[in-house]
Design a protein around this ligand. Structure first.
Ligand SMILES: N[C@@H](CCC(=O)N[C@@H](CS)C(=O)NCC(=O)O)C(=O)O
Length: 214
């Protein structure tokens, strides 16, 4: 297996985290998304959306979309429930992560860290308020649960952990979210857990590189 991967991206980190839990061997193919790495014709053949991560399976097929990759890798393992309702609940959180967590927490973190937004920009303030609302909802869900679905660690937790554990880098205070903070610790105690998100390179600053964002 190969993972086309940008080390500072938490979408890529989510996949690396599950691979670490599963102790699966894979080749990491670094893609510098701010050096035009996703803008080539060759990359478009792997993923017409030109995003990372992309998983190349052992039989040579290409799967983009971080949460689709999580589902693929988790089939038949303890990280994806068999029960149809529980499985659908996992999908519910995978969708929520993409539609609500990423645009707020993830999008704001990236833009603040690389200087594409200032905390006082109206867009940053809107994203921050959205992020705080998302974290409150997650915190409420965890008030009487150890994990997001069926009382055990699944890919729903892997996906949501990806960006939320770095919410402070988006200027969002997680101090009021005691349930969420306790859940971070539970995630961090899972077998094989690893955290290897790297800082963005200088070429991620506006106008400094070539990417989908420029
Ligand atoms: N929904 C996609 C989003 C992936 C995404 O936006 N990836 C970013 C990094 S976090 C990327 O590779 N952007 C490519 C570029 O800027 O060229 C997923 O979950 O995989």
């Amino acid at each position: 297996m190969r993972l086309y991967d940008y080390a500072p991206s938490c979408n890529c980190y989510k996949v690396r985290l599950l691979l670490a839990h599963l102790q699966l061997a894979y080749e990491r193919v670094p893609v510098d998304i701010f050096d035009g790495g996703t803008l080539t014709d060759e990359y478009a053949r792997l993923n017409p959306s030109r995003t990372t991560p992309v998983l190349e399976t052992d039989d040579g097929r290409f799967l983009p979309e971080s949460n689709a990759i999580l589902v693929y890798l988790a089939q038949g393992t303890e990280y994806l429930p068999e029960d149809p309702f529980e499985r659908a609940e996992v999908v519910r959180w995978l969708v929520y992560e993409q539609t609500d967590v990423i645009p707020t927490v993830g999008g704001l973190r990236f833009r603040l860290l690389v200087g594409r937004l200032e905390p006082s920009d109206p867009t940053a303030i809107r994203r921050k308020e959205g992020g705080e609302e998302v974290l409150r909802l997650l915190d409420d869900h965890l008030a009487e649960r150890d994990f997001f679905v069926s009382g055990r660690y699944t890919i729903a937790d892997v996906a949501i952990y990806g960006y939320t554990h770095l919410a402070h880098e988006a200027g969002i205070d997680v101090e009021p979210c005691a349930n969420l903070r306790r859940w971070f610790k539970r995630v961090e105690q899972q077998p094989g857990y690893a955290e290897d998100v790297e800082p963005y390179g200088a070429n991620a600053a506006p106008g400094a590189g070539r990417s989908l964002y420029d």
